[in-house]
Design a protein around this ligand. Structure first.
Ligand code: ATP
Length: 354
């Protein structure tokens, strides 16, 4: 129990709405929890900042962020700003600058909600996807040559380092060990990509030797995508490279009931830097400003943040409140088949804390 300083970066679009809702819920939770003290400092960075100042966040921003215990992030993306700029100058600048190499995505069908898969219920889907978040296909290495000429060429170089692979695979095995089934699926594509992916495989064989209690299996990413649909109950913890896990975890979120609920954490396991927690959805400009965005993804992200801050009891209490609201099913936003607003869902979750 203690005092935690949180940097809030609402960002763009509905990020602003769901992070405001999340702060409201967390403040209500802290009020009800003896010894839990959460303070928020909000930073107005994102595409509006870019339009005004030519950059998504000011120079020295990460130095300022470094002093916080955690970062609570909304989303970045705006039709006025090229996507690669909004992504690289804000979210990825923080993830890479703070060495948040482990991205975690718990995926469950919450009580009362439905998977689009026929005959699949809450008991069939309880996954933890661990994504390598610092290199691989999104390392940023590469370049453009002969720009705008007939020979125009673009290269994105996928990079796997031995140490980068070791640390994420160890992290995933440790996470699998904390879960009841102690099972980890290792995802690769070393049949087609014969350099970096083969190193990825080799390091897995080395690291897993120290985990005889964890059941592991190995799958090619294409087959894994099919398995999420055809045999969801066989999956528990999954580890994959940056691109593969990016795609698989969006598939997983859709199979578990939608983008509006899914949370994620960008974790620096050594805690040298703050970690960052965010709903997985984007800025959803189609519904922005209408007060109808689903805030549950941002609330569940707050649960991950509380766990990371060493407040698992407070996190569990918030998770129970979220699940009470989905189970009752009376107050849900439109994306979950309801009619309620962001504010109504927020109030109902706060009431369910008691
Ligand atoms: P970005 O370009 O920033 O990644 P996006 O606008 O493409 O974001 P996503 O957030 O990926 O959109 O979501 C796709 C669609 O799903 C949105 O256009 C929106 O209609 C719906 N959606 C996403 N998140 C939510 C939410 N929290 N509540 C309600 N609907 C949502």
């Amino acid at each position: 129990m203690g005092k935690h300083r949180i940097a809030a970066i609402p960002g763009d679009g509905i990020g602003k709405e769901v992070i405001a809702a999340g702060e409201e819920v967390l403040t209500a939770l802290a009020k009800r929890t003896a010894g839990l003290d959460l303070s928020f400092t909000s930073f107005p960075w994102g595409s509006d900042h870019y339009m005004a100042h030519g950059r998504m966040m000011p120079e020295g921003a990460t130095d300022e962020l470094k002093t916080f215990d955690a970062i609570y992030f909304g989303s970045a993306g705006d039709p006025r700003v090229p996507d690669h700029i909004s992504l690289w100058q804000l979210r990825l600048a923080i993830c890479q600058g703070f060495d948040q190499y482990a991205n975690i995505r718990p995926t469950r069908v919450l009580p009362g909600l439905k998977s689009p898969l026929a005959n699949v219920t809450a008991k069939d889907i309880d996954w933890l996807i661990v994504r390598e978040n610092s290199e691989g296909e999104y390392s940023g290495a590469g370049g453009r040559v002969h720009q705008k000429l007939p020979l125009d060429v673009g290269l994105d170089v996928s990079i796997i380092t031995r140490e980068g692979a070791r640390r994420i695979l160890k992290f995933a095995l440790d996470e699998a060990r904390k879960r009841p089934r102690k099972t980890l699926t290792f995802v690769t594509k070393s049949n087609a990509q014969r350099h970096a992916m083969v190193l990825w495989d080799e390091v897995f064989d080395e690291v897993k030797a120290a985990y005889p209690d964890i059941k592991t299996d190995r799958m090619l990413v294409d087959a894994m995508a099919a398995r999420f649909v055809t045999d969801p109950a066989s999956i528990d913890t999954v580890v994959a490279t940056n691109l593969h896990a990016d795609i698989l975890s969006d598939l997983a979120a859709a199979l578990a009931g939608g983008l509006g609920i899914a949370p994620t954490g960008n974790v620096n396991p050594e805690r040298v830097f703050p970690s960052m927690f965010e709903p997985i959805h984007g800025s959803a400009f189609d519904i922005m400003g209408r007060g109808i965005a689903n805030p549950l993804g941002s609330f569940w992200s707050a649960v991950l943040m509380l766990d990371h801050l060493g407040e698992p009891d407070a996190g569990a209490r918030l998770m129970r409140a979220i699940e009470t609201v989905t189970r009752e099913g009376r107050v849900l936003t439109r994306d979950l088949g309801g009619q309620s607003t962001t504010a109504e869902v927020t109030r109902t979750v706060i009431a369910a804390l008691d």
